[in-house]
Design a protein around this ligand. Structure first.
Ligand code: C2O
Ligand code: CU
Length: 500
């Protein structure tokens, strides 16, 4: 194989950045990128009579892909032109506390008409994404998300890269994003989508066109508000080379579906093993095979659950790029500079994920909002709602300001020490859990130690599972720890941990 050709191909994908090289964190940036969040309208389905109202970054859904350089200062001004406060969080990036973009925790919410400058030097390379961290159940659902690419200094050799943000549009009868009210979320009322569209960049997914013998790096971020995916690549056996932008010893999927929790990212090597003219499906099996059956679902509905197409792989009518025998086993990206947990000295923290039914009047800390809620929805203060909990506690946002109400850290860490966190899922559904400011190592699942190193910032616990992770607390601040399914996050399953 011509290794130089391989390298050349991937080098041509290098990010173009106009951000000047700055040397100090406290230096004032001469230039910053601009991101304006404002209302717009787009069409997703040919059949829709009128456009879907969305909130866009710079007029686009997904927002523009931001390109940064590992270890170099980056600055961006966010301008808020939607009629409610917002903030910008850099999912997976280990940024300083003040730049983490969690409204009311790391900064004040950016009010309508206001702007905020974010500036930091991202320590790690890879695929990340950005989204608001206030009322995100609604804001992400309306289209507020985008990718971040930080080029690796020496990327694994491939012919070409394809980057997807898997996103699920759930639209109502009128092809609009259903406004989910907090109360509905807390009651667990699904606002059923009539029109669902899986997209790979905010718009309908085009076929993935491939050539025999070609090596593609397929980089996928799950930027959906609530949806999880279990991908099946018909006729192919992709290699996983990274999770959440951190290289793993490459392994092939075989018969296993690729489960991507909300917020997670995965890097695959997809080799063109098909023949000219062949077409293969890329399917999502999550709903069919992994979504538990809720009590209100009828047996007919359950039986009708089907695999859903994400897109297709279609082989072009072109000569093979190279014989398949010339494709070596792939390599992983080089490791990011993440501190290695010292398990011999780790302090154990236990977190139980739960659910509890309580009357509206007893929703913790919401005070007079309880009466307003009950009134608005025409129910009594005794109506029960289901909240999602961490160690029995909930963290909720105020319904007007979207500020977190009285956050109390779930645990405290001393800078530089290793913490092992044992999560126990005492609920009947899966939770993609995410920690801010830190990247952690997967230690064990249901008592079985991991056989290789997985460094993650988001991981999924299925019903009744117990998972241990470990990390070095090396970033001072109050960091979010939460489920990344919007319905759960905004139904209480959020907390913070404090590093001092
Ligand atoms: Cu993707 Cu708390 O965030
Ligand atoms: Cu959850």
């Amino acid at each position: 194989m011509d290794r130089r050709a391989f390298l050349g191909a991937s080098a041509s994908l290098a990010g173009v950045s106009s951000i000047p090289h700055l040397t100090g964190c406290n230096q004032v940036q001469a230039s910053a990128e601009r991101l304006v969040v404002e209302p717009s309208a787009i069409r997703l389905f040919d059949s829709q009579p009128g456009p879907t109202k969305v909130w866009t970054y710079n007029g686009q859904v997904a927002g523009p892909t931001l390109r940064m350089r590992q270890g170099e200062m980056y600055a961006l001004d966010l301008f808020n032109k939607i009629g409610q406060p917002t903030s910008l969080h850099w999912h997976g990036l280990r940024v300083p506390f003040e730049m983490d973009g969690v409204g009311s925790i790391t900064q004040n919410g950016i009010s309508p008409g206001q702007s905020f400058r974010y500036a930091f030097a991202p320590p790690d390379a890879g695929l990340f994404w950005y989204h608001p961290h206030m009322n995100s159940e609604e804001q992400v659902a309306k289209g507020m998300f985008g990718l971040i690419l930080i080029e690796e200094r020496n990327p694994p050799p491939v012919d070409r890269e394809v980057v997807w943000s898997l996103y699920d549009w759930g639209l109502d009868d009128d092809y609009q994003v259903p406004g989910k009210k907090a109360f509905q979320i807390w009651r667990g009322e699904e606002v059923y989508a009539k029109h669902s569209a899986i997209t790979t960049d905010g718009q309908a997914a085009p076929d993935l066109e491939m050539r025999r013998g070609e090596r593609v790096r397929l980089r996928i971020a799950n930027t959906s508000g609530n949806r999880r995916y279990a991908l099946k690549f018909e006729g192919h056996n992709p290699w996983v080379i990274a999770w959440d932008s951190n290289g793993v010893i490459p392994y092939q999927l075989g018969d296993q579906p690729l489960i991507i929790g909300t917020g997670a990212r995965v890097d695959l090597i997809l080799d063109g093993t098909g023949e000219v003219g062949q077409v293969f499906e890329i399917l999502d099996l999550f709903n069919r095979d992994f979504e538990p059956v809720p009590p209100w679902e009828s047996p007919e509905q359950t039986a009708a659950r089907a695999a859903e197409r994400v897109t297709r792989i279609r082989y072009l009518d072109t000569p093979a790029v190279r014989p398949l025998s010339e494709l070596p086993p792939p390599t992983a990206p080089i490791a990011n500079p993440i501190p290695v947990p010292d398990l011999s000295a780790a302090e154990l923290i236990e977190i139980e994920l739960g659910q509890s039914m309580i009357p509206v009047r007893e929703i913790p800390k919401i005070g007079p909002m309880a009466a307003v809620l009950a009134e608005e929805h025409g129910v009594s203060m005794d109506t029960e709602v289901g909240l999602w909990t961490m160690n029995g506690e909930v963290l909720l946002e105020d319904l007007e300001t979207y500020n977190c109400i009285d956050p109390v850290p779930a645990f405290e860490c001393k800078i530089g020490r290793t913490y092992k966190v044992r999560f126990k899922n005492a609920t009947h559904v899966d939770h993609p859990m995410h920690l801010h400011g830190h990247t952690f190592q997967m230690i064990s699942r249901n008592g079985l130690a991991y056989d290789r190193v997985f460094m993650r910032d988001t991981f999924t616990l299925f019903a009744d599972e117990t998972v241990e992770i470990a990390f070095v607390a090396d970033n001072i601040g109050d960091w979010m720890i939460h489920c990344h399914r919007g319905m759960h996050q905004h139904g209480g399953m959020m907390s913070t941990f404090r590093v001092t």
